[in-house]
Structures are given as structure tokens and as C-alpha cells.
Write a protein that binds this ligand. Structure first.
Ligand code: FAD
Length: 426
């Protein structure tokens, strides 16, 4: 009998390091392979920089096949068409099948642009920074925009769970426009489903409410919270401000020459609507050990995992799944797979803490939420130019590790650094 096969589905931020880490930890005990739908790994946190040409797409991408070949980890970029969980096999886009003994789903988000009329880059009227290709197209639109400056709208729509990059992008645009000396010709509005500025899907972290409110005020960016985007027409966003109880408190018709709105996320089609595996949005249901209760040979990590919201809000607001939390899921799954291969019960649990660096181009806000959902043991946020410098350093560090095929936890190091800075400041 051959060795058990562990398949990692998705080779993005979480899947790539999961394949490296699981391969290293299970050497001799299992065969590991990754299924991606692209030969390229993208460092998604740098996408906002691509959209203002502070980075070329190639600078934040890594060509994976040679690295996987060197590490002797199986790899295909054909992409999965459908998971057949009951049969423990995956149908690929070319019609072939891959069987697995254990599966780690790391497929990230499907971007639900279609849920709002006029949203998104394909047929809609807003740009996107969710994928590096989108961000490159957003840079082309930005080039045209600066020839003829006009209002900008940036934010995150109802049901979104990823707010940090929306703040980042608004403030990066502000920085870039000031550098170009055309900021005075660009009224800016931040539109968000969050009940207050700085909620971030986490009911705030430390002082993020006042830190982000004062930053937006300082940079002359107006805002609309509790926002539900009704529809987007060319150059016009129709937004409803929702009161407690769900009534429309106010309607805003916001003209724009350039707009970026983060969409709601859902599970990707290949794994959606599988009884017992996914919730109604297509996110993978996992227990404390990152394991699906209905299909115990399936684990999941990253944005594709189902996490309930922190609490009720007038407009639906999801919980973000950030790098540190994703990395802790990778570590837990690796330990649990090793236990199972040794015939033991899986015991490891992810920490699900949030450590985030939100870059504003010339400054930024860092926060640490431990655990991610309040009440917390550690609830800390701080701002300064050092955040921008830390994010640049971190990008370089992370990409170097991915290129080397190394599995050492990256975010844990970041957390220790950030907390070290905290100690210095106390
Ligand atoms: P992804 O990195 O999206 O990877 C999923 C992979 O699965 C992709 O490569 C995709 O192509 C592949 N896939 C999907 N379907 C299939 C299929 N059918 N077959 C094969 N492969 C498939 N977090 C932070 O901590 N710090 C940040 O600064 C930060 N910035 C962010 C900026 C942006 C613009 C966004 C959108 C998110 C940001 N996040 C940040 C949140 C989070 O860390 C990222 O979204 C991260 O990329 C999520 O990792 P993941 O592995 O879950 O998903």
C-alpha cells in the first residue's frame, strides 16, 4: 500500500505555506500535493500598492512550479472543478480526478460582485484590488483618472468581511494624490457597511475607532457608515444609510470618477453546496481542530472557513480572516495531520488571533486582537510611520520565504515584533 495522500486545494497565502509546512512535517509518512488554478502565488496584501503603481504585479508574485518541484511536492495549476467529498476525490478543470486520503481546503474567497448591480471590474463600474490582476487593471484606470481628477468613493459593501484593505486603499490614494498635487481636486468619501469607522468586522481593536476617524478627518475623507449599496451606475453610487431596526435613515447619491468597493465573499463554486461541508454562503464548517465534522478527513484554513459575525449590526458585517490567524490554522492542521498519521487523535487548535498592519502610504495603523473575537486578553492598536516601514519589510520577508519554499511561521514573528514595539511604548 502506498503512503496516504494529503491534497492542499488552493495555493494562495494560506495554501502555499500549508503545502510547505505539511510536507516538511509529514516527510516519509505521506505524499503531499497542491492543486491551484494558477502557477503564480500572489502576495495579496500588496495589491493596494499595485493599484497605484508602487509595485509592479511581477514584484509580488512567485512562480510556484519550480519551487514545488525542488521541494518534491506535487503541484498542478489546472484548478479544481468540483470536490466530491463523499468519494474523497476532486475533479479538475480538465476532467481528470485526483483522489485523496486527507484534504486541506484553502481556496480563499469567491468575490460576490454579482450581488450588487454595477459592482466590480467585470461589467461593473468599480475597480477591485482583491486579486493582483484586478489591481493591475485598477492602476490603468487610475492613470486615466489622474488626467481628469474628480470625486473618489472607496469602501466595503454590505456583507463584506475585509475592511482593512478598504481603509488602506483610501489612504494610499490620498497619499498618491497629494504627491501628485491634485488632492485638492478630488473630494473623497469612504462608504462602509461597518456600524462605525474602525469597527473592522471585529467590533474595533483597541482605539481603532478614534485612530481611523481622526485619520480620515485629518485627510479630508468624508464617510458613510451603516451603508448598503443599492446600485452603481457609471459615475454614480446609490447608497442607503440603514438605521437600527433596518429602516433607511438617509439616501446618498455619490458621484465618482474612480471607485473601489470591496465585495462580500462566499465560498468558491468547486466546494459550495456540499451538505455537511459548507454553510449557506459556501464557507467550510470546521471544529476547534480545523476539521469538518461531517467529513473528518477534510480540514480548512483561511478565508474559505466559516466564522460567525462578532454580533448583530444594522447592515451585515463579516469577520476578517487575516494572515496571522491563517498561519495559526496552518500550524494547527499540520500538527493534527501528523497526529492522525501516527494513529493519535488531533489535538491542536488555531489561536485565531488578529495581527494586522494597515498601511496608509506614509504611515499606518497596527493592531493586535487576541483572541480575534471580543472580549479579549489583548486589545491593542497604534499608529505611525513605522507601520508603513514594517509592512514593506514584512512583504520582502514573506516573499523571500515563499520563494525559498520555507514553512517557518511568518506572522508569529511579526506579532512578536509588534508586541515588542508595544512594550517599548508602555
Ligand atoms: P487566497 O490567498 O485568496 O488563496 C486562495 C487560492 O485558492 C487562490 O490562489 C485561488 O486562485 C485558489 N483557488 C480558488 N479556487 C480554486 C479552485 N477551484 N481550484 C484551485 N485553486 C483555487 N490580511 C492580513 O493579515 N494583512 C493584510 O495586509 C491583508 N491585506 C489584504 C489585502 C486585500 C486586498 C485582501 C483582499 C485581503 C487582505 N488580507 C490581509 C486578508 C487575507 O490575509 C488575504 O485575503 C489572504 O490572501 C487570504 O489567504 P487565503 O489562503 O485564505 O486565500
Amino acid at each position: 500500500m502506498g503512503k496516504p495522500r494529503i491534497v492542499v486545494l488552493g495555493a494562495g497565502l494560506g495554501g502555499t505555506i500549508a503545502a510547505y509546512e505539511i510536507h516538511a512535517a509529514t516527510k516519509g509518512m505521506a505524499e503531499v500535493m497542491a492543486i491551484s488554478d494558477s502557477e503564480y502565488y500572489s502576495f495579496v496584501p500588496s495589491n493596494p500598492w499595485v493599484a497605484v503603481r508602487w509595485r509592479e504585479p511581477e514584484a509580488i508574485q512567485v512562480h510556484l512550479p519550480p519551487i514545488f518541484a525542488r521541494k518534491k511536492i506535487g503541484f498542478t495549476a489546472v484548478g479544481a472543478k468540483r470536490l466530491h467529498a463523499a468519494e474523497k476525490r476532486i475533479q479538475l478543470n480538465d476532467g481528470s480526478f485526483i483522489d485523496y486520503d486527507y484534504l486541506v481546503i484553502a481556496t480563499g474567497p469567491d468575490l460576490a460582485f454579482d450581488e450588487i448591480e454595477g459592482l466590480g471590474p467585470a461589467g461593473g463600474h468599480t475597480v477591485s484590488i482583491c486579486q493582483t490582476g484586478h489591481a493591475a487593471a485598477a492602476a490603468d484606470s487610475f492613470d486615466r483618472f489622474v488626467e481628469n481628477p474628480s470625486p473618489i468613493v472607496v469602501g466595503a459593501v454590505q456583507g463584506a468581511s475585509c475592511y482593512g484593505p478598504a481603509y488602506e486603499f483610501a489612504l494610499i490614494l490620498d497619499t498618491e494624490l497629494r504627491r501628485r498635487k491634485i488632492r485638492d481636486r478630488v473630494p473623497m468619501t469612504f462608504v462602509t457597511a461597518e456600524p462605525y469607522i474602525g469597527h473592522l468586522g471585529l467590533d474595533g481593536v483597541g482605539d481603532t475607532k478614534s485612530l481611523l476617524e481622526s485619520t480620515l478627518q485629518d485627510r479630508h475623507i468624508k464617510w458613510v457608515t451603516n451603508a448598503r449599496v443599492a446600485k452603481i451606475e457609471p459615475g454614480m453610487m446609490h447608497v442607503e444609510e440603514i438605521a437600527e431596526g433596518g429602516a433607511i435613515a438617509k439616501v446618498h447619491d455619490l458621484p465618482f470618477g474612480y471607485a473601489m468597493m470591496l465585495p462580500a465573499f462566499r465560498g468558491v463554486p468547486a466546494v459550495r453546496d456540499i451538505e455537511g461541508l459548507t454553510n449557506p454562503r459556501g464557507f467550510i464548517i470546521v471544529d476547534r481542530h480545523q476539521r469538518n465534522p461531517a467529513f473528518p478527513e477534510i480540514f480548512a484554513l483561511g478565508v474559505c472557513v466559516a466564522i460567525p459575525p462578532t454580533g448583530p449590526t444594522p447592515v451585515p458585517v463579516g469577520v476578517p480572516k487575516t494572515g496571522f490567524m491563517i498561519e495559526s490554522m496552518v500550524t494547527a492542521i499540520t500538527a493534527n495531520l501528523v497526529s492522525i498519521l501516527k494513529g493519535e487523535e488531533p489535538k491542536a487548535e488555531a489561536t485565531w488571533n488578529a495581527v494586522c498592519l494597515a498601511d496608509f502610504g506614509d504611515g499606518g495603523v497596527a493592531f493586535v486582537a487576541q483572541p480575534q473575537i471580543p472580549p479579549r486578553n489583548l486589545n491593542w492598536a497604534a499608529s505611525g510611520k513605522w507601520v508603513h516601514l514594517a509592512k514593506v519589510a514584512f512583504e520582502k520577508y514573506f516573499l523571500r520565504k515563499v520563494r525559498k519554499g520555507e514553512s517557518e511561521p511568518f506572522y508569529e514573528k511579526l506579532a512578536l515584533h509588534v508586541m515588542g514595539i508595544r512594550k517599548l511604548r508602555m
